[in-house]
Design a protein around this ligand. Structure first.
Ligand SMILES: Nc1nc2c(ncn2[C@@H]2O[C@H](COP(=O)(O)OP(=O)(O)O)[C@@H](O)[C@H]2O)c(=O)[nH]1
Ligand SMILES: [Mg+2]
Length: 236
């Protein structure tokens, strides 16, 4: 594949403790990536730290938003910004080290054959999740089976937030009509890409539960996932 310009969009809310290690891991990769952080005015000062890093490293940019509005809106703002640049591949990745940068290369390779590549925790009948409480695993597995049955998405992991879009996919999606916020934001983007005729593929990843900071996704977001599957299906 010819040389690709690659941007990773990373939403942050109170992730100050995780940023240095994340950057170290990304900078140690052979391949180079630009980074766009989308910070929702984190009270812990993540935004300020990112601004300092953006001065130091030319491949880091920061988009500041006024207040916490959820994962979906943060990503949409990031994607709009990403499309202003000449990026071929645009990634989604969490800031809390749950998504290890060592997998980025697998996405790049797979992007040869697919328009949207999704990092799956559940490929080949394996569960690749480290340190998750049983309750959370059951919730995730149940939501996934359910979403797959209702939407017909050909994926083992429909709610994964580690993924890679060819820019054409993002260009084809009407962001103003994207409704979902948390895990269902991932489902909605996958579904819309599939309906537009893009090819979806998965690569295996290992998901490590965060060591530092707190999860921001809660039960409300789980129920939104149950609802969005039907909503998407009925609207299409
Ligand atoms: N900008 C922004 N980032 C968010 C928001 N909610 C979560 N995030 C970030 O999205 C990523 C995933 O969230 P996280 O709480 O780790 O979800 P979990 O891993 O599913 O528990 C992390 O990098 C968070 O900092 C939000 O409302 N705004
Ligand atoms: Mg997390």
């Amino acid at each position: 594949m010819p040389l690709m310009n690659k941007l990773i969009v990373i939403p942050t809310y109170n992730e100050k403790e995780n940023i240095p290690k994340l950057l170290e891991k990304i900078f140690n990769l052979e391949d180079s990536f630009d980074l766009l952080f989308v910070d929702d005015n984190s009270p812990d000062g993540t935004g300020k730290l990112l601004d300092e890093l953006a001065v130091k490293y030319e491949n880091i940019k920061v988009l500041h938003r006024g207040k916490k509005e959820g994962l979906g809106p943060a990503y949409i703002a990031g994607f709009k910004e990403a499309l202003k640049g000449d990026y071929d591949l645009i990634f989604e990745m969490d800031a809390d080290l749950s998504h290890h940068p060592r997998f980025l290369n697998d996405f790049v390779n797979k992007a040869d054959q697919a328009d949207l590549v999704i990092g799956s925790r559940y490929m080949n009948n394996r569960i690749s999740v480290v340190n998750w409480p049983m309750k959370r695993l059951i919730l995730s597995r149940t939501a996934n089976s359910y979403v797959r049955i209702v939407t017909g998405l050909p994926l083992t992991d429909t709610t994964s937030g580690f993924k890679c879009f060819h820019r054409e996919v993002l260009e084809a999606i009407d962001f103003d009509k994207v409704e979902a916020d948390g895990y269902s934001f991932q489902v909605e983007m996958n579904y819309k890409a599939m309906k537009k005729g893009f090819k979806l593929a998965e690569v295996p990843i290992v998901f490590y539960d965060r060591v530092k900071g707190k999860s921001k996704l809660d039960k409300r977001i789980f129920w939104e996932g149950i609802w969005i599957a039907w909503n998407l299906k009925l609207r299409s």
